[in-house]
Write a protein that binds this ligand. Structure first.
Ligand code: ADP
Ligand code: ZN
Length: 295
């Protein structure tokens, strides 16, 4: 059986057709312009593809509450044309198939849980550090939504000693995203993160903030694995720094077998950038099951 998947991002929409083994059979990337331009182009791709259902892993904030009148909407995004846009409804109307819907980061986590490095885990955390910072959470085998969905990129952080940077988040200044996102690095150091690879000071500070956030997530969410993705995490030198600082900042308070094996606890995404789109396919599979489609 075939399933459609969309990784809906602020700059591009990746649309795929995949199967129950997580194999991606066809893919197209469509730039994110206005909904009026972008949605019909995506629908054109999926029409006639014989997909049983569609999964959308979407940038947010989004409404995931199935009881809500605005379920399936993108809500208060700074991308004005997409604000209060009924993305699930748009596809439902045109394709007339079940639609699974979740955050982009829950999608990436679901990809890793289903086909990647978190396959044996029921409690896991996926953090993306890119243009923004966000996190997907699975607890007891369920993706966490709650009142809205977690917004892990906006936890408050304590500035490093002597760091007077005001932060890049328009809402909170020095939250995690405000201090450690790609644009925050660029703003603070006056160069693209990519061009700062050789500057150790940058990655010392970056890993300090990422480790601080991870410590908060360890004590609040108790994940069995923490997966780090997003453009900034292409700087692989960050991993050993983050692992060391996480253990240092936890300061022996928590001592589990997972933390003793920190190299396999804080890990890079394992699906070569396809974790989000594979998760979207899994969302489609779940939606088909839920709708009683024989798969
Ligand atoms: P998005 O978050 O927009 O989906 P990415 O996860 O690729 O996309 O994140 C883009 C951010 O990551 C940009 O701020 C960019 O500067 C940064 N980035 C991309 N590649 C690298 C790299 N190799 N090293 C450091 N930073 C990078
Ligand atoms: Zn913030």
């Amino acid at each position: 059986m075939l399933y459609g998947g969309i990784e809906a991002g602020g700059t591009k929409m990746i649309c795929v057709v995949g199967n129950e083994n997580g194999e991606i059979l066809e893919r197209v990337t469509i730039p994110t312009k206005s909904p009026e331009e972008t949605i019909p182009a995506m629908i054109d791709f999926f029409k006639g593809k014989d997909i049983a259902s569609l999964g959308i892993a979407c940038f947010g904030p989004i409404d995931l509450n199935k009881e809500s009148k605005t379920y399936g909407f993108i809500t208060s995004t700074p991308k004005l044309e997409w604000r209060n846009y009924d993305i699930v409804g748009g596809f439902e109307k045109e394709l007339n198939i079940p639609i699974g819907f979740d955050t982009d980061v829950n999608g990436s986590l679901l990809g890793e849980i289903t086909w990647g490095c978190a396959r044996d885990k029921k409690n896991a955390l996926y953090i993306t550090i890119g243009t923004g910072i966000g996190g997907g959470v699975m607890t007891n085998g369920q993706l966490l939504h709650g009142m809205l969905h977690p917004e892990l990129g906006h936890i408050k952080l304590q500035p490093a000693e002597g760091d007077a940077y005001k932060g890049k988040c328009p809402y909170h200044g020095t939250c995690f995203e405000g201090m450690a996102s790609g644009p925050a690095i660029e703003d603070r150091w006056g160069k693209k993160a990519f061009d700062l690879a050789e500057n150790d000071e940058v990655w010392e500070l970056e890993s300090y903030y990422i480790a601080q956030a991870i410590c908060d997530f360890i004590v609040t969410l108790s994940p069995e694995i923490i997966i780090l993705g997003g453009g900034v995490m292409n700087q692989e030198q960050l991993f050993p720094l983050i692992r060391k600082k996480t253990l240092g900042q936890l300061s022996d308070y928590i001592n589990t077998k997972e933390l003793q094996d920190i190299d396999n606890y804080i890990v890079p995404a394992s699906l070569g950038g396809d974790q989000g789109i594979m998760g979207a396919v899994k969302l489609a599979i779940e939606a088909a099951k839920e709708a009683g489609i024989d798969i």
